[in-house]
Design a binder for this molecule. Structure first.
Ligand code: SAM
Length: 228
């Protein structure tokens, strides 16, 4: 079973995403355990302060190393972790490839920053992998961590009921997914492509492959040049 420990100042932000749909099912069926740790609980300050002014001056506050290190040390004394991830806009861009790799791990820590981020010494001495969900700045790492956890947990074998369903998603084979249709076959005069109603599986598979290539060439040609 995979175990994910999330270190955050705002554990309640995960209540929505983790208590619905696929992640909830994955937790309920024992495919993943997710533990939320409030970094503030590890502050030794009498007011439970966890941030301070940046050395050298400048705007914003910085998360202090003490509480994060105390929490990391406690967890790392209890078990070995495959990766200790820091969510940060200057990290490597999250991708389906990274989600696949992370889905094979057993124990992960994910650290969520806030304010101007965490003291660099935590990054230097604890973090093994820094991940960004895109070139924009969020208020904190919680939403980004929820995105990463969702993308990883749905890839754990047995989590999605039809296991081939994750395999046919966009990016999984380097292509965008083909379009999908459901009943009714005629909606407001808008017809489903004939081939999908033909019952001829080989033709349907070929059509889907052609559409995947067509859409990728049109919408994301960069995916094809990355491959070559
Ligand atoms: N000062 C930081 C910088 O310019 O790189 C940004 C700090 S941001 C306001 C606070 C926290 O949100 C970060 O420490 C990080 O944990 C999280 N965060 C913000 N944008 C993110 C992104 N695109 N991907 C992952 N985490 C992000």
């Amino acid at each position: 079973m995979m175990r994910i420990d999330i270190l955050t100042l705002f554990p309640d932000m995960f209540q929505g995403p983790f208590s619905e749909s696929i992640i909830r099912r994955a937790v309920d069926q024992g495919s993943v355990e997710i533990f939320l740790h409030d970094i503030r609980d590890y502050s030794e300050d009498k007011h439970k302060k966890v941030d301070d002014y940046p050395f050298g001056g400048g705007a914003g506050m910085v998360m202090q190393p003490g509480p994060i290190a105390a929490l990391m040390d406690k967890l790392m004394a209890e078990r070995e972790y495959d990766d200790i991830i820091y969510m940060t806009p200057d990290g490597q861009r999250h991708s389906q490839h990274l989600a696949n790799q992370l889905s094979l791990k057993t124990n992960l820590i994910i650290l969520c920053g806030h304010y101007k981020g965490v003291d660099q010494r935590i990054r230097d001495h604890y973090i093994t992998c820094e991940v960004s969900i895109g070139d924009y700045v969020l208020t904190g790492g919680e939403l980004a961590a929820a995105v990463v956890v969702d993308s990883v947990v749905r890839l754990i074998p047995g989590v999605i009921s039809d296991e081939t369903s994750a395999l046919t998603d966009s990016f999984q084979d380097g292509l965008l997914a083909p379009p999908v249709y459901t009943r009714p076959a005629n909606f407001r005069g808008w017809q489903v492509p004939e081939v999908l109603l033909s019952g001829h599986q080989a033709k349907i598979d070929q059509w889907r492959e052609d559409m995947a290539w067509q859409r990728t060439r049109k919408l994301r040609p960069d995916l094809l040049s990355d491959e070559s």
